[in-house]
Design a protein around this ligand. Sequence first.
Ligand code: GLA
Ligand code: GLA
Length: 684
Amino acid sequence: MRIVGMLAVVVVCLGSMGWAQAAPAQPASAPPILLGTAWYPEQWPESRWDADLTLMQQAGIHMVRVAEFAWARMEPAEGQYDLDWLERAVNAAAKHGIYTVIGTPTAAPPAWLTQKYPETLRIKEDGRRDQHGNRQQFNWANPKYRELCRKIAAQMAQRFGHNPYVLGWQIDNEYANQSFDPDTQKQFQDWVRARYGTLDNLNARWTTQYWSEWYSDWSQIPIQTGYGNPGLLLSWMRFVSDTWRSYQKNQIDAIRASADPRQFITTNTMGFFDGFDHYTVEQDLDMAAWDDYVGQGHLDPVRNGATHDLTRGFKRKNFWVIETQPGSVNWAHINNSLDKGEVRAMAWHDVGHGADTVSYWQWRSALNGQEQYHGTIVGSDGTPVPLYEEVAQIGKEFAKAGPVLAGTSPKSEVAILYSYDSRWAIQWQKHNGDYDPVKALLSYYGPLRAIAQSVDVVPPTVPLSGYKLVVAPALNVLTDAAAKNLADYVRGGGHLVLGQRTAMKDDDNTLYPERQPGPLGALLGGRVEQYYALEAPVPVEGNFGAGQSQLWAELLSAKDPSTEVLMRYGVSNGWLDHQPAAITRKVGNGRITYIGAWLDDASMRKAAQWMTTDAGVHVALGPVPEGVDVYPRYGADHTVFILVNFAKTNQTVSLPKEMEDVLAGGAKKAVILPQYGVAVLTTK
Ligand code: GLA
Ligand code: GLA
């Protein structure tokens, strides 16, 4: 989200709102690309704040996220609210030109709360009650907990909802944990009843004649996770998602009652975390934001890039990286630091994918607490660590590039479809234990992104006609709405590529009574005759060269005379020998293709070349050397290309036309990038 046009507000007007300390009189607009950090003023004496804020300002930091774990400080006893300190912190930051995002503290309830209301603690799957001392111990479905959350959020919103330095709100922190208590189970049973209406309907859809699973009363329905009836498993995860949505809505309503509309509301998600359907939960938010951690090792621009694009797809617009690692984390097996220069490269990779803010977790480590070893920007003594200079460089560069990046966003001709239903359905019955639906997605994403230089990751029900190519890897569960959307897309002239395991199951995680691709079979003019989990790769050959299928192979048939075979299996288990592995059919101006093999990298590159060429996908910038990532961001009258070199050696990128080099200055026809080198180029 672009934070622009913030109204100048004169502080005296706000006197009646009880400002504990005067803020600077006139906030300017927040910069379009923000560098930020998580800051925990409650952990430090106020006398220290100014030194920290001065160092932040010197590093070009313009945003702090605060308060998301400060419940005990804000409400030390029930109903006794103390927000004055936080207001002083917000205003102290403002004096340094630093805006604030306020987190609601509900991921870390105070000890008095759980002592007084033990029913607000979650019951873990093993039946034991969680306890105070870590975080996320609450029960997200508990009405009493929600009441207490609503009250603290309302207090915060009344205090900060008009503060001109508060840009927005983060609800809670990294939604994750479920509760398995009897009341939640009852809520789940009510949810199931609302969805299915009658037990006859539910019994039919879940095929409960299997193993005597048949229900004669709603109260008999258990909670199952991981292993269970597929219809029940999917229902539980949908209930979990809806319950996160209502948990969040409870706080959104409390904030919206007092907050200026210009203040956004977001939450911080965790990339490909699959503990709830993010498309469900994000509906009520203004903007998506995620916590981008590499953990052990180094940035994988393909995987991390896909995760950015997934997050951008939640709201289909720019998003924030609201947490990222300053060098290292503390929770991996080996908490190595990113290399010198890599943190900067990562920041630009983030912005390239559509992040309008990059915010480090965290500024300074608490002297005690569970995360003493985590990467920071200043040390325990409060003075800069070596990374500080690199962060300050990013700060300078964001300031320089902000004006040309303002109002720009990525735009893609290629979409990859993703659905949580499908992800879960496969994970519950992998059939090949090594089968990872995210890796299946990445096997397409990597080569397609390298060619098109921009890819969207979106759910299968969004409007698709703007895309030249739509790819559905492992879209195992195909709802009626999605099936219709995809068929319409092909009939409307789009090129649809279906990957392995696609269109096997319906909206209830029930097998289609047709073979894959179920309702799309007629359009394809072919089908999956049989699937095989593979112990070892099998050979494939055809239009995409000679290669291998790994983990999984689907034996296809081309029934319609207009359905062509693109690839065939070589000799392996007898069943697959010489049988179709990829088929395609032209439908009017459109095309539908099914790829039944998990292609190796080289064949997948050829497949990606074939499908992008056939679909008429443009290359955003033009060919670049291997290892260089291109990130286009489009504005109304210009395009910005961000280039990052992840190769180990210098790379020269020639540009299709002269462009302005925003960071280095001057008009360029080519740029030379060292490892982790960055260039920001604009067409205007
Ligand atoms: C056992 C069970 C069957 C079935 C098979 C599957 O033999 O008795 O009901 O589950 O395993 O291999
Ligand atoms: C998550 C949390 C933060 C912090 C970091 C550490 O992203 O949201 O509070 O614990 O992990 O990496």
